[in-house]
Design a protein around this ligand. Structure first.
Ligand code: B12
Length: 354
């Protein structure tokens, strides 16, 4: 990660609270209708929204990607529209944020930061459509199996959802296929439905819990290749609560004959480094599941590179933000990136062989 960009990113984080408040003050002054239109919690809601945007801005600045911020803001627009927030209000809010940042940030950093905000303002132009952006919108026709699995989840029928997957496995469908072509797309679709306000967080939690239980059950049926004598540590970053994608990656490495040290979600960076020193692996598989954890991922990679004992360990990275902006992995200092668990295993073998 670039040191100057990281510093600017941290400078933004340190003023989030004040900037969010000033932005909402300016927005309310510009548009007195705001308080009528969004009910009694309007101020807290807009401060919450502006705060989230500022955290995303800080992350995008840390990886020097205006595309990441533009994509994230455009992606959020769809969710807000589904919940009755007017597009024009989101645009005004971003314009007020720009004014406040232009006034408050030191000139040395404001040019870079404002480039990101300008990209977001452009992304919110009414002439732009969702197709102009690269977030993982899974709106295409899903397979029959994915739809059947989702239907069982959304009808609250856990037994049917489990039996669909376990029966398919008994009928010869392999674990990698079940992961890649049914469970992963079903999870993405649950996310997309929640994003558009079609299902609740409870529905998503119910489905994610079933997917995790099934993955645990399928473990008993893994057909492992002969041992490769290679070890991978599969981890995420502190504060990242997503674990299904990383676990799929870990499981497919195990099936491929690797020894896997799976650390799961929300792992403290210093503890990961200590583990890498104690049990040096051939590969680290690092999962980044929201743009909000990109800087932490960059820091983990920096700490590996600065540590003579483990500096040469190959680092493979992946997750939704790296699918949306495909060159981020270089900026973060990883050795490679892959878009799916199946691709992760191929890339991991390639990196270690090289
Ligand atoms: C379930 C879920 C959650 C659950 C997680 C539960 C759990 N135990 O895992 C909970 C409720 C905790 C959650 C919270 C949030 N979530 Co969430 N979540 C999801 C959801 C719906 C499914 C995730 C999942 O299981 N995917 C299935 C797996 C298989 O897919 P995957 O993670 O992409 O992994 C594949 C590849 O990316 C790749 N891969 C993954 N890791 C790695 C690692 C390596 C090394 C490699 C090579 C490849 C690789 O291989 C995997 C298999 O093919 C996704 C939607 C989506 N499109 O995925 C959102 C999603 C990941 N969440 C998102 C967000 C924004 C959040 C929140 C910030 C929401 C909020 N406002 O609070 C919080 C953040 C919480 C936190 N601090 O981490 C966004 C991230 C957007 C972005 N690009 O930054 C997503 C994409 C939804 C969306 N489209 O907006 N979430």
């Amino acid at each position: 990660m670039n040191a100057g960009a990281k510093q600017t990113s941290l400078a933004i984080e340190s003023v989030v609270k004040a900037v969010a408040n000033w932005t909402v003050d300016q927005h309310a002054e510009m548009n007195p209708q705001l308080s009528n239109r969004y009910g009694s919690s309007w101020r807290a809601d807009w401060i919450g929204h502006t705060t989230s945007q500022l955290h995303l801005l800080a992350q995008s600045v840390s990886v020097r990607s205006t595309a990441l911020f533009a994509n994230s803001v455009r992606w959020a627009l769809q969710s807000f529209q589904a919940r009755g927030v007017a597009e024009v209000d989101l645009r005004q809010n971003m314009t007020c944020l720009r004014d406040v940042l232009a006034k408050e940030l030191p000139p040395a950093v404001s040019r870079t930061v404002l480039e990101h905000v300008d990209a977001a303002i452009d992304a919110l132009e009414p002439s732009k459509s969702a197709a102009d952006f690269e977030m993982s919108i899974d709106d295409e026709g899903a397979s029959k199996e994915v739809l059947q699995y989702l239907e069982a989840i959304l009808e609250g029928d856990r037994s049917r959802a489990e039996s669909l997957i376990l029966t398919a496995h008994q009928d010869g469908v392999t674990v990698p296929h079940l992961y890649e072509h049914i469970l992963a797309p079903a999870q993405a679709r649950l996310g997309w439905m929640w994003h558009r306000g079609e299902i609740t967080v409870a529905d998503e939690h119910f489905g994610s819990a079933i997917t995790q239980t099934l993955m645990a059950q399928l473990r008993q049926h893994f057909h492992r290749s002969s041992p490769k004598g290679r070890t991978v540590v599969a981890t995420s970053t502190p504060g990242d609560l997503h674990e299904i994608g990383l676990r799929m990656v870990a499981d497919l490495f195990e099936i491929d004959g690797w020894d896997v040290i799976y650390l799961g979600a929300n792992t403290p960076t210093n503890d990961v480094i200590e583990l890498l020193e104690r049990r040096p692996p051939d590969l680290v598989a690092l999962s980044v599941n929201t743009a909000l954890t990109l800087r932490d991922a960059g820091e983990l990679i920096e700490k590996v590179r600065e540590n003579a004992k483990i500096a040469k360990t190959k680092i493979l990275i992946g997750g939704p933000p790296l699918r949306a902006v495909t060159d981020l992995w270089r900026e973060l200092g990883a050795d490679g990136c892959a878009q799916s668990a199946v691709e992760a295993v191929k890339m991991g073998n390639r990196l270690v062989a090289a």
